[in-house]
Design a protein around this ligand. Structure first.
Ligand code: GLN
Length: 248
């Protein structure tokens, strides 16, 4: 089989590190910098960490938001890390930086982002209730989770940890650890986690699978073709998250 062709969003952030890791794993990497780059055939997509406010603005200005959103919704295997998770999240809360004063956002920005998936609208409303305020980071909104930007703190919010990666098998059976505890199955690999001003996942829709938990909270999740993590797999030697993407 020829090597998988993975598009890495390369408008801002840690795209070079992801590209290098994917090339080492035998992938052919396409750096996505403009709308034309998105028209070629891709087998997968990586959305790197960086600054989600800058990334959403560039995606919109470059006309890449809608074509990429369509590919993700059509099932393109996608990995979003850190700011990439924020781009995928259906709901984003900010804790200060980047928020438009008064919490308002231009109506055009909301239209740009398209409507969330039909089966997740109820989740969006109930998770946020009356507290919902528009946020300047309006990305693809394809992943039914709520994230809080810089949710582990800003200056001192960078840290490392390790935790088991728990993946349901193709037969749908969850072996060993169940998703609501931190029990570890013998076959779950322990992976390194590097957090840098990371978003915190504060709510997930029922269909979202937790892949990695830390202190009882999800820090990596999967929903259909989308994998998203709060941490930076491109900065550690472990390949498990990339292998999971390639297995999709
Ligand atoms: N705090 C950044 C944001 O909100 C994300 C940090 C990262 O990607 N390392 O966009």
């Amino acid at each position: 089989m020829s090597s998988p062709r993975i598009g890495v969003l390369a408008v801002q952030g840690a795209f070079a590190e992801h590209a290098a890791r994917l090339r080492n794993l035998g992938c052919s990497v396409v750096e996505l910098r403009q709308q034309d780059d998105v028209r070629q055939h891709l087998d997968g997509l990586v959305l790197p960490g960086g600054e989600s406010t800058a990334q959403t603005k560039l995606l919109r200005d470059l006309g890449m938001m809608e074509p990429l959103r369509q590919l993700i919704q059509e099932g393109l295997p996608t990995l979003g890390t850190c700011a990439g998770l924020i781009l995928l999240a259906e709901n984003v809360e900010s804790t200060g930086d980047g928020r438009v004063p008064g919490g308002t956002v231009a109506a055009a920005d909301l239209v740009d982002a398209g409507e969330p998936d039909g089966d997740t609208i109820g989740f969006a409303c109930s998770a946020l209730g009356d507290q919902r305020r528009p946020d300047p980071v309006v990305g693809f909104r394809t992943l039914p989770v709520t994230v809080r930007r810089n949710g582990y703190g800003r200056q001192l919010g960078s840290f490392t940890a390790t935790a088991p990666l728990h993946v349901k098998h193709a037969d749908g059976v969850s072996r060993g650890a169940n998703n609501t505890s931190e029990e570890t199955a013998a076959e779950d690999p322990i992976i390194p986690l590097t957090f840098i001003r990371a978003p915190r996942i504060i709510a997930t829709a029922p269909k979202v699978e937790t892949l990695v938990q830390l202190n009882g909270e999800p820090v990596a999740v999967r929903y259909r073709n989308q994998i998203a993590c709060c941490f930076h797999p491109e900065l550690d030697a472990d390949n498990a998250i990339y292998q999971l993407l390639l297995s999709l």
